[in-house]
Design a protein around this ligand. Structure first.
Ligand SMILES: [Zn+2]
Length: 76
């Protein structure tokens, strides 16, 4: 994905809605106007777009982390 290094939230426009897979955090597809961030998570592979309100900014790594993943890391 060309935007793999993006760290700022993006707003889903029609093109992004069409080419972005459903949010791996809540499994809902994105809608026009949704805020999304590229986040690490419990899924296989690299960062994926999730809804911005389902991710937490991690200043240590300089990346967003999906909330469930974040909570599990902090619980240890
Ligand atoms: Zn979501």
């Amino acid at each position: 994905m060309a935007e793999a290094k993006a760290t700022a939230p993006i707003i889903m426009d029609l093109e992004r809605v069409n080419r972005t897979p459903p949010c791996p955090s809540c499994n809902h597809p994105f809608s026009l106007g949704d805020s999304a961030v590229l986040a690490c998570g419990l899924w296989e592979g690299g960062p994926r777009y999730v809804h911005a309100n389902e991710a937490v900014w991690d200043p240590k790594s300089g990346t967003y982390v999906e909330r469930a993943c974040w909570n599990s890391q902090r619980g240890k």
